[in-house]
Write a protein that binds this ligand. Structure first.
Ligand code: PLP
Length: 234
């Protein structure tokens, strides 16, 4: 995509965040825009970077590693947001600052033991299957606290909060329901683990960003509205 278009799109998303925050009485500084760049060439990330974008989210490990190599001259914060097979955890432990999709202890243990001592602990969000969908990854809400109890013991990880990808819904009012539920789950984790830095709600994509912000999102994950419609299968 043209660099100018990416820059315009980024500015438009930034303005939507500010407008939405004004309407729901939040501070836009609390919200991190994560540019979801899966399927996009490295040059598109570079265009976004020139406009000030620093956080990028990738879903496919091999593709992400290639872009990291191509963009190693840039100070990018890399977030892994796709499903992770346990035999591929090492590259995430070594080359990302965040992972949003941890939903089982085995992956968490591997990421912790593979995180290099020379790096800060890996920031993680636990992914919650908030709509109880058979097809989706994520831990069931009833099992969340038990998993969190194990994860906070792992020295290579820092548990930061929760992530969810709700089922599509037709309007903002309906979209709010799963986000309110995720925010409630984070609040109960805070009460269970008061010593942890549980400050992150990773929720909201292009179609439901505003609903997520009104419910307390601190990271919004936006692909299409920055880089355009993805035209090859994910
Ligand atoms: C692709 C993807 C996004 C971005 O979705 P858009 O609708 O293109 O904004 C956000 N989060 C995750 C986990 C994704 O896989």
């Amino acid at each position: 995509m043209r660099k100018e278009t990416i820059v315009e799109n980024l500015n438009a998303v930034g303005e939507r965040i500010v407008t939405c925050c004004n309407n729901c009485d939040r501070d836009p500084a609390e919200i991190t825009l994560l540019a979801v760049s899966k399927t996009r060439p490295a040059e598109d990330l570079r265009s976004a970077y020139t406009a000030g974008q620093r956080h990028f989210g990738e879903n496919y490990l091999q593709e992400a590693l290639e872009k990291q190599d191509a963009l190693s001259d840039l100070d990018i914060r890399w977030h892994f947001i796709g499903p992770l097979q346990s035999n591929k955890s090492r590259a995430v432990a070594e080359r990302f600052q965040w992972i949003h999709t941890v939903d089982r202890l085995k992956i968490a243990q591997r990421l912790s033991s593979q995180r290099p001592d020379t790096l800060a602990p890996l920031n993680i969000c636990l992914q919650v299957n908030i709509d109880n969908e058979q097809s989706k990854s994520g831990i069931a809400p009833q099992e969340l606290e038990g998993l969190a109890r194990e994860v906070v013991q792992l020295p290579g990880l820092r548990l930061r909060g929760l992530m969810a990808i709700p089922a599509a819904r037709p309007n903002r009012q309906a979209q709010r329901k799963p986000f309110i539920e995720l925010a409630r789950l984070l609040q109960s984790l805070r009460e269970a683990f008061p010593e942890e830095q549980l400050d992150t709600l990773s929720m909201g994509m292009s179609a439901d960003m505003e609903a997520a912000i009104t419910c307390g999102a601190t990271i919004v994950r936006i692909g299409t509205d920055i880089f355009g419609v993805r035209n090859y299968p994910e």
